[in-house]
Design a protein around this ligand. Structure first.
Ligand code: UGA
Length: 439
């Protein structure tokens, strides 16, 4: 099939590349000249395991190309995917200016095309309920009839994006036109050969499904974070509780890990957007207000523990930080707990030396040069009063503890991700604080 993908962010670039890998011809469109230059020089502008090899292969096979020419992309494609940012507006709602702006342009282009071929415009961006209808109305203004607007939310996770896209748990297609359902089925069937479902529904239900999934997962993590704080006070071990709870097949093992709050470009924004739309429709989801509030507090937890340990005064102390990205296997710093934590340490006149395997360049954008950045995990440690672990990268899981002991000033670790066993840490002579477990 001939496809256009508008917007080459995480979702757009991964979707475009993976569709090409499945034999489709994909034109990706972006209006950012710097990004386009990189892409046309065959540089993948994001850190995403497994993407590079597919990207290069499909450019070689001439199935994947990049342009700023929206008109050509729309003219040559049967299906046009909108993978545009929907950032959080000032009032918490999703800002749809990019989606609506491109819809206007597509309307104008379709109006000026000589033939009247059926086109499918697909919303892959995370958009509030009603957006498909709004996009349809924008395009209809240009007297176009032979088209359908489809809602097809994307569920890929950063760090596992290629795998999630190539083998999705499910595909959700929201539309009204049978011809559109059929085309989308043909496109996606190769991705669900193992038997995972393609759910066909109305666009409103598809739009809600995306927000509901992300908000539910954010709520689940938040439940575990509050439970962890309670366990710590009550003398219970949240890791034991987590494993025993997760073994109930109704609960399941995944997404139960307590930590220092969820971050990233999706959960915080989507929880707030659903709060907002549910209020607008007169059916407020009160539970999500609490989720957002608890999550903000959870990001403050680690520095509270640090301050308690040092009797409230950390001025002049030096802290080594391992992990900056909002989660492992990505260089993404958006809404990362590390931003809140490092700023709190710096505001209390402490020094910070940080290391991250992938996110240090992006970290500079959020944190500037106020923290020092170390070349590797061990060179962050010399003379530090404590080590803080903020992201559970695999390379931190089995470190050289003797080396850590010899480099740190105090044998003191604050672990925001529970990557070590408290009993082992005690045996090794560390004072070890974690989440939901007694020191
Ligand atoms: C999330 C969803 O998982 C994807 O399905 C969705 O497509 C994506 O948002 C999106 O809307 O685009 P992502 O933001 O890449 O994906 O990251 P997750 O792996 O979901 O992690 C989100 C946050 O939750 C991270 O800060 C992570 O550290 C935290 N988390 C996750 C926990 O604290 N505990 C857990 O058990 C799992």
């Amino acid at each position: 099939m001939k496809l256009a993908v508008i917007g080459t962010g995480y979702v757009g670039l991964v979707s475009g590349t993976c569709f090409a890998e499945m034999g489709n011809t994909v034109i990706c469109v972006d209006n950012n000249p710097d990004k386009l230059e990189k892409l046309n020089k065959r540089i993948v502008p994001i850190y995403e395991p497994g993407l590079e090899i597919l990207f290069q292969r499909n450019i070689d096979k001439k199935r994947l190309s990049f342009t700023s020419d929206l008109r050509r992309a729309v003219e040559e494609s049967e299906i046009i995917f909108l993978c545009l940012p929907t950032p959080q507006g000032e009032d918490g709602s999703a800002d749809l200016k990019y989606v609506f702006g491109v819809a206007e342009e597509i309307g104008k282009i379709l109006q000026s095309l000589p033939n009247n071929e059926f086109k499918i415009i697909v919303n892959k961006s995370t958009v509030p309920v009603g957006t498909s209808t709004a996009v349809r109305q924008i395009i209809e203004k240009y007297n176009i009839e032979n088209f359908e607007v489809v809602s097809n939310p994307e569920f890929l996770r950063e760090g596992f994006a290629v795998d999630d896209f190539m083998k999705p748990d499910r595909i959700v297609v929201g539309a009204r036109n049978p011809k559109a359902f059929e085309k989308m089925r043909i496109l996606y069937e190769p991705f669900v050969r193992q038997g995972n479902p393609i759910f066909e529904m109305d666009p409103e239900s598809a739009e809600v499904t995306k927000y509901a999934s992300n908000s539910y997962l954010a709520m689940r993590i938040t439940f575990m974070n509050e439970l962890a704080n309670f366990c710590e006070k009550a003398g219970a071990n949240v890791e034991m509780v987590r494993k025993a709870m997760g073994s109930d097949s109704r609960i399941g093992k995944r997404f139960l890990f307590p930590g220092i709050g969820y971050g990233g470009s999706c959960f915080p924004k989507d929880v707030n957007a659903l709060i907002k739309t549910s209020e607008e429709f007169g059916s407020p989801m009160k539970i999500l207000k609490v989720v957002d509030e608890v999550n903000k507090n959870q990001k403050q937890l680690l520095v509270k523990k640090v301050k308690e340990h040092f009797n409230g005064n950390i001025e002049g102390k030096k802290f080594a930080v391992w992990g900056l990205s909002f989660k492992p296997n990505t260089d993404d710093m958006r809404e990362a707990p590390s931003i809140v934590i490092i700023n709190q340490l710096l505001d209390s006149n402490a020094k910070v030396v940080a290391y991250d395997p992938a996110a240090m360049e992006n970290a500079r954008f959020y944190l500037g040069d106020k923290p020092e950045y170390a070349q590797d995990q061990y060179s962050a440690l010399p003379d530090a009063d404590a080590l803080l672990i903020l992201t559970e990268w695999n390379e931190f899981r089995n470190p050289d503890f003797d080396k850590i002991k010899s480099l740190l000033k105090n044998k003191l670790i604050f672990d925001g991700r529970n990557i070590f066993d408290p009993a082992k840490m005690k045996e090794l002579g560390f004072t070890y604080y974690s989440i939901g477990r007694k020191p």
